[in-house]
Design a protein around this ligand. Structure first.
Ligand code: FES
Length: 107
């Protein structure tokens, strides 16, 4: 749910944009983070943990815990709490932890 009129902050006149989350078209406000836009659409689960397959979502909200990472336009492990949503962006849940050793033998 997006607030359109806040008693303290006033009227929200930001432009509404659209993006995809797991192939579902959702609305967002310009200037929102991906995490805020996903949660404003009633979705709290952004993926599952690698080991226990438990739901992951927003935890710290400031880019420190890596709980909220998603795939954005093909780029894996983007922190949704600190990345702004853009028109037409394609966002997918990440279903595993980052592979920090990828490319290790390429050097
Ligand atoms: S919620 Fe902690 S890094 Fe995004």
């Amino acid at each position: 749910m997006h607030l359109t009129n806040h008693p303290v902050l006033g009227k929200d006149d930001r432009k509404t944009i659209q993006f995809y989350f797991n192939n579902k078209l959702l609305n967002a406000k310009e200037g929102q983070t991906i995490a805020a836009a996903i949660m404003a659409n009633g979705i709290k689960k952004m993926g599952v943990s690698r080991k226990l397959q438990q739901s992951r979502g927003l935890f710290c909200g400031v880019g420190r815990c890596y709980s909220c990472f998603v795939t954005v336009d093909g780029l894996e492990h983007v922190l949704s709490c600190s990345t702004l949503v853009e028109e037409g962006m394609e966002v997918y849940s990440n279903l595993s932890d980052p592979d920090v050793r990828r490319g290790e033998n390429e050097y």
